[in-house]
Design a binder for this molecule. Structure first.
Ligand code: S3P
Length: 435
């Protein structure tokens, strides 16, 4: 098993940081660019494992995709002219790839088998395959089309009005993408608003989206036109370094070109509520995705409650928020976050177990965690559970932990942040402007 031992207790983190491209937006840019006929040019693409799986899948469907680092050019014959894939379509560890592809493939003209790695193969797919079946999709697999591998035979679809039982952008997106090829108007209603990257990007590709309150609709039969997409830095990746900046006196980091979509900025709200010094230096990009420059610096932290409508706006940041809470005075309650149990691993169980190993005062609840702070953290050997965000949380703990931290199965960090350790080291060295 791959291991890494780090110790940053005596280091100060200061400087500028440009984090890699947003994972959710990178996936969607490749997907919509492959559905559309013509040429799409993506800049700022995330060359992490998950997004590379999405590229590979479309290449197997006959789409020409050239990638040079973070620049991707797609020449697509359009979805109607995709070719039958020869082998299985492998989504790796990527839930976004698997769930959104189910929606796309359901209304295509190809038959395919979608597979994933050992972790993804345990994650529920029913949340998308059941509504897609209501639209007439043919999705077969055991048990009751819940687990990969799944066989999808593209077929003609009917629009539906769907009330989402869970807040999930993956479910919403899968239905909307299937709706592009359905007869009639497909509507999805959410109880709590989840990230809206699919809606924003469909508009960039020339599709009109209707948004009424928490209901979003798309008409079947829309033609997508290839376009240029700029992917801003991933705020979920930046979040690890935002917490790093906030937990130790003297630390500060300025984040350039970081995504500021309001459906994703819950981490900034929580940092501010807990007392960290936050400054949004500038904000751009009115069309498509907003992004800008944010400075985060240390200040005395206090506990808070993280719950309700805030949860989908920071769902991926909760592991590192739990670490943040161990350094805050008082009690932090994280609740309404049962979705964490079906992420890359059960993140409630994993975060609680790993932070306890360092001496944190943290307890697990059914739908969250309760953390009492501040507690000094010791070192130790932490397991990532093959989950990139647990691995990065463990690494950030080393900034305050008094002894070294060893991370087991550290390679999974490449899923969303291949340059994570390079950036961590640069921020702790004297000349520290990262690119
Ligand atoms: C994502 C949505 C979220 C998030 C995941 C990416 C997306 O998942 O946790 O990392 O790109 O749509 P859910 O839709 O399951 O909440």
């Amino acid at each position: 098993m791959n291991l890494k031992t780090i110790a940053f207790n005596h280091s100060q983190l200061t400087g500028e940081l440009t984090v890699p491209g947003d994972k959710s937006i990178s996936h969607r840019a490749v997907m919509l660019g492959s559905i559309a006929e013509g040429t799409t040019r993506i800049t700022g693409f995330l060359d992490g494992e998950d997004c590379l799986r999405t590229i590979d899948i479309f290449r197997q469907l006959g789409v020409s995709i050239e990638r040079e680092g973070t620049n991707v050019t797609i020449h697509s014959p359009g979805m109607k002219n995709w070719t039958m894939p020869e082998g299985e379509l492998y989504a790796g560890n990527s839930g976004t790839t698997a769930r959104l592809m189910l929606g796309i493939l359901a209304g295509s003209n190809v038959t395919s088998v979608l597979t994933g790695d050992e972790y993804l193969s345990k994650r529920p797919m029913n949340r998308v395959s059941l509504p897609l079946r209501l639209m007439g999709a043919s999705i077969e697999g055991q048990p009751d089309s819940n687990l990969l591998p799944l066989t999808i035979s593209g077929s003609s679809l009917q629009a539906i009005d769907y009330e989402m039982p869970v807040a999930s952008a993956q479910v919403k997106s899968a239905i909307l993408l299937a709706g592009l090829n359905a007869e009639g108007k497909t509507s999805v209603s959410e109880q709590t608003v989840s990230r809206d990257h699919t809606e924003r990007m469909l508009e960039q590709f020339g599709v009109s989206i209707e948004q009424k309150g928490k209901t979003v609709s798309v008409e079947g039969g829309a033609e997508l036109k290839g376009t240029d997409v700029h992917v801003p830095g991933d705020i979920s990746s930046a979040a690890f370094f935002m917490v790093a900046a906030a937990i130790k006196e003297g630390n500060w980091i300025t984040f350039n070109n970081v995504g500021l979509n309001p459906t994703r900025t819950g981490i900034l709200d929580v940092l501010e509520k807990m007392g960290a010094a936050i400054e949004i230096v500038d904000q751009k990009g009115e069309i498509g995705e907003p992004y800008g420059t944010v400075k985060v610096a240390y200040n005395r932290l206090q506990g808070t409650e993280v719950s309700g409508e805030l949860i989908p706006r920071l769902i991926d940041e909760l592991p590192v928020i739990a670490l943040l809470a161990t350094q805050a005075k008082g009690t932090t309650i994280i609740k309404d976050a049962a979705e964490l149990r079906v992420k890359e691993t059960d993140r409630i169980a994993a975060v609680t177990a790993e932070l306890k190993k360092l001496g944190a005062n943290i307890e697990e609840t059914e739908d969250g965690m309760i953390i009492h702070g501040p507690t000094p953290l010791s070192g130790g050997t932490l397991f990532s559970y093959g989950d990139h965000r647990i691995g990065m949380m463990a690494a950030i703990a080393s900034i305050v932990a008094k002894d070294p931290i060893t991370i087991q199965d550290v390679a999974c960090i490449n899923i969303s942040y291949p340059t994570f350790f390079e950036h961590l080291e640069k921020l702790t060295s004297p000349s520290n402007v990262n690119g």
